[in-house]
Design a binder for this molecule. Structure first.
Ligand SMILES: *[C@@H]1O[C@H](CO)[C@@H](O)[C@H](O)[C@H]1NC(C)=O
Ligand SMILES: *[C@@H]1O[C@H](CO)[C@@H](O)[C@H](O)[C@H]1NC(C)=O
Ligand SMILES: *[C@@H]1O[C@H](CO)[C@@H](O)[C@H](O)[C@H]1NC(C)=O
Ligand SMILES: [Ca+2]
Length: 507
């Protein structure tokens, strides 16, 4: 190998070689600076000064490994600051230097893990450079903490809060270097209106109400294929809700229908399918709109919200043999949704209705019935109420079709509004959380549905991602195998399963 296309001055004296490149043609590779092989045998010190015009192309790397360099070898890269971006292509891992000087190069970033294989590194001089101390520098921060080499201080040029500080002093790397996203994992070729999830014997299941297919489809997470597959079908008539209930290792599914009454199915181990367990007394239920499950003092209840003019929302209770109707709630209000909420240790039901503002019923511990307690004033036309908790505070989300949906927080006396979310044909506003990430999904019949994320510092939900689902009716979070999913039912199109993923910004 000789020197090609490159005018460079190299001094070779005994065991020391000094090479100063200048006037090198653009595109010159450092490999063309590799001298006669035999010289390397005696080489103990090498200085490579890359000056002004040196330009690293994509394939360029320093082929110093071709020499079996001995100790006391140092390299300093004195690139012109305007060309320092070429440093991205340096592969120090193939070198055997033990002293590096990258001083005064106006370097703002280095390739990830560029020092990690340098076993022989004793000294590293990074002075005269100021680094972007963002997530892309996290590897350097970690490496500085563990290396035994002597490294000069690494100063930051940004982000603004770390300007002029040392990279070692950046404290935010632990929690700020990840973000999250939702990506489509699976598309189910049918329409649906509601999705419920349950765990049984370490397996994760999903029950999907499909009115047009007269079916309540039960899916199971397939640990091998890593997707949701059909497990059983519970057929019916105009099914609007499939709600799973687990009692003493038994799995029940309440199947709410618009016609032909509503029924409860139970998973039969010997038949390995769901079989009908009982009918629900439905003299009072004519248009079920929602089923909500809850427990009070170890007793299991569910409530069906009835949205017909003549219907009565009714609470059912488990009596160890079956479910029987326990209490009829208020009459003739065309309820759209029920939500069970524990407020300061007391059990409550919140009912939203077409004809009045949401009302709050409280459980009377002596009569063991719900009694009217209060309402949420000035909130007409609420289609659904959901409760959720973040950092020990209790919140409600109120869905409104047009106008603004609302987020409210319990202030120990009442619910107060903290945020209004513009709604365009919203049938659902669903809170859900995956670990420390709290979201609200706001459906839309006219445009994209919106996922909001809770901003801990600013204490409000900020827009996070738009997703497209045709006529969404419910959003349901499902977790399995350390993976988190988000089912979006669609009344007019395909049911979509999104996966919630964590994106590492330091890569
Ligand atoms: C640093 O030195 C200690 C003590 O000699 C050794 O145990 C450790 O493995 C060294 N760390 C690295 C990254 O070489
Ligand atoms: C359930 O029904 C769907 C079609 O409606 C079918 O593709 C699927 O195989 C059925 N699943 C089972 C477990 O029978
Ligand atoms: C709770 O029920 C008891 C017994 O029926 C009754 O005396 C009491 O007034 C009720 N409390 C409320 C707040 O309704
Ligand atoms: Ca509900």
């Amino acid at each position: 190998m000789g020197v090609h296309n490159c005018v460079c001055a190299c001094a070779f004296a005994q065991t020391t070689m000094c090479c100063v490149t200048h006037m090198c043609a653009r595109g010159t590779s450092l490999s063309s600076l590799v001298w006669v092989q035999s010289a390397s045998d005696v080489l103990e010190e090498m200085y490579v000064h890359l000056n002004s015009c040196f330009y690293f192309g994509l394939d360029d790397s320093i082929y110093a490994y071709q020499f079996n360099l001995k100790t006391k070898v140092s390299m300093s890269v004195l690139a012109d600051s305007r060309r320092a971006r070429g440093l991205g292509e340096i592969r120090l891992d193939v070198c055997r230097f033990n002293t590096y000087s990258l001083a005064n190069n106006h370097i703002k970033a280095l390739p990830r893990d560029v020092f990690s294989d340098l076993d022989s590194l004793i000294e590293l001089d990074l002075r005269g450079n100021k680094f972007e101390c963002d997530c892309k520098a996290k590897w350097l921060y970690l490496w500085l903490k563990m290396t035994n080499s002597t490294v000069s201080d690494v100063l930051c040029i940004g982000p603004p809060e770390y300007q002029e500080k040392k990279l070692n002093d950046v404290t935010s790397f632990d929690y700020e270097c990840t973000t999250t996203d939702f990506v489509v994992h699976q598309t189910l070729p049918y329409q649906s209106v509601s999705v419920d999830t349950f765990n049984s014997k370490n397996d994760v299941y999903v029950a999907i109400a499909q009115p047009s297919m007269e079916n309540c489809m039960v899916l199971e997470w397939d640990h091998i294929e890593m997707n949701f597959r059909s497990y059983d079908n519970i057929t019916g008539q105009s099914i609007v809700g499939c709600k799973a209930i687990l009692i003493d290792d038994q799995v029940f599914v309440v199947v709410a229908q618009l016609f032909g009454g509503s029924h409860i199915y139970r998973y039969d181990e010997s038949w390995t399918k769901f079989v009908k367990f009982q009918d629900i007394e439905v003299s009072r239920i004519s248009k079920p709109n929602d089923i909500e499950l809850f427990q009070i003092e170890d007793e299991t209840f569910f409530v069906i919200a009835d949205s017909s003019k003549a219907g009565l929302s009714t609470v059912y209770k488990w009596n160890s043999k079956g479910f029987y109707s326990y209490q009829s709630l208020h009459e003739w209000f065309r309820d759209t949704d029920a939500e069970f909420v524990d407020i300061d240790g007391k059990s409550h039901l919140i009912l939203s209705s077409r004809s009045q503002v949401p009302i709050i019923l409280q459980w009377n511990k002596s009569s063991k019935k719900f009694v009217p307690h209060s309402d949420i004033p000035n909130m007409e036309d609420v289609l659904a109420v959901k409760s959720f908790r973040m950092q020990n505070a209790l919140y409600l989300s109120l869905t409104r079709f047009i106008g603004d949906s609302r987020v409210m927080r319990w202030n120990s006396k009442q619910f107060v509004e903290i945020q209004a979310l513009p709604s365009r044909g919203a049938m659902t506003l669903q809170p859900f959380s995956f670990k420390e990430n709290h979201y609200l999904a706001l459906g839309s019949d006219y445009t994209f549905s919106q996922i909001y994320q809770w901003d801990k510092e600013k204490q409000f939900f900020k827009k996070f991602k738009e997703i497209y689902v045709q006529a969404p009716r419910s959003f349901t979070a499902v977790s399995t195998d350390r993976r988190d999913f988000f089912f979006a039912s669609s009344f007019k199109g395909k049911t979509k399963i999104f996966e919630h993923i964590v994106v590492d910004l330091s890569l």
